[in-house]
Design a protein around this ligand. Structure first.
Ligand SMILES: O=C(O)COP(=O)(O)O
Ligand SMILES: [Mg+2]
Length: 224
């Protein structure tokens, strides 16, 4: 077995990168909006609200529903309703993107450690990965509430490296937040073109990929 990726950690963003979660996030968001007497937001719009945590996603949903921003106390109640629903329906429709799981396995087979660095809270991130039977594929799972600051801060990326004892790392993400977090931590970033974006800073990623089967070769190239 080739183990040329010993000492390397491949760090993956979750929503829009490893797992296509938009439909379940949209259902939870629309549950919270319906409770507030508001009309649903299409799942296609929710994709663009993912990446900065549940609070930001929900605030964006209220805005798109044409409602005024809820006051802080009301927002806490909406957030609780969103999270309760989401935890109960976390993998109703969410699935790994094509070839994502086998690619993570291939990187591990080549000696790499693998980690998840998401702005989802750690508890729902773990529940999702567990529900999909993927927990054994990751050495560390770091959420937006794990490291004291979410991406684009470098802290959660650094924690993934520390937790896996890596000498080198590469970040795989789907948004400008990921590109910025990787840059802040001094890691090369590979960006999934099929994710939720935005990718206005795509030029700062080392490469874009549109198929997971291309990823191992890209990882080796950026680490060479
Ligand atoms: O916004 C979120 O909750 C998480 O998004 P991420 O997994 O793309 O960081
Ligand atoms: Mg993402």
């Amino acid at each position: 077995m080739r183990s040329d990726l010993d000492g390397v950690t491949a760090i993956f963003d979750l929503d829009g990168t490893l797992i296509d979660t938009a439909d379940d996030l949209a259902a939870a968001m629309n549950h919270a909006l319906a409770r507030a007497g508001l009309k649903p937001v299409p799942a296609g719009d929710v994709r663009h609200l993912v990446g900065h945590g549940a609070r930001a996603m929900l605030a964006g949903g209220f805005e798109r529903a044409g409602a005024p921003a809820p006051d802080p106390a009301a927002m806490e109640a909406h957030l609780a309703a969103f999270l309760d629903y989401y935890l109960a329906h976390i993998a109703d429709r969410s699935r790994p993107f094509p070839h994502a799981a086998e690619t993570v396995e291939a990187l591990r087979a080549a000696g790499a450690k693998t980690a998840i660095c998401t702005n989802k809270r750690e508890a729902p991130a773990r529940r999702l990965i567990d529900a999909l039977g993927l927990t054994g594929l990751f050495d560390a799972i770091v959420g937006g509430d794990t490291a004291g600051a979410p991406k684009p801060d470098a802290a959660p990326v650094r924690l993934c490296l520390e937790a896996t004892g890596a000498r080198r790392g590469v970040f795989v993400g789907d948004s400008d937040t990921d590109i910025a977090a990787a840059a802040a931590a001094g890691l090369p970033c590979l960006a999934a073109s099929f994710g939720y974006g935005p990718l206005a800073r795509a030029g700062e990623a080392r490469a874009l990929f549109d198929d997971y089967r291309a990823l191992p070769a890209l990882v080796r190239t950026v680490l060479a």
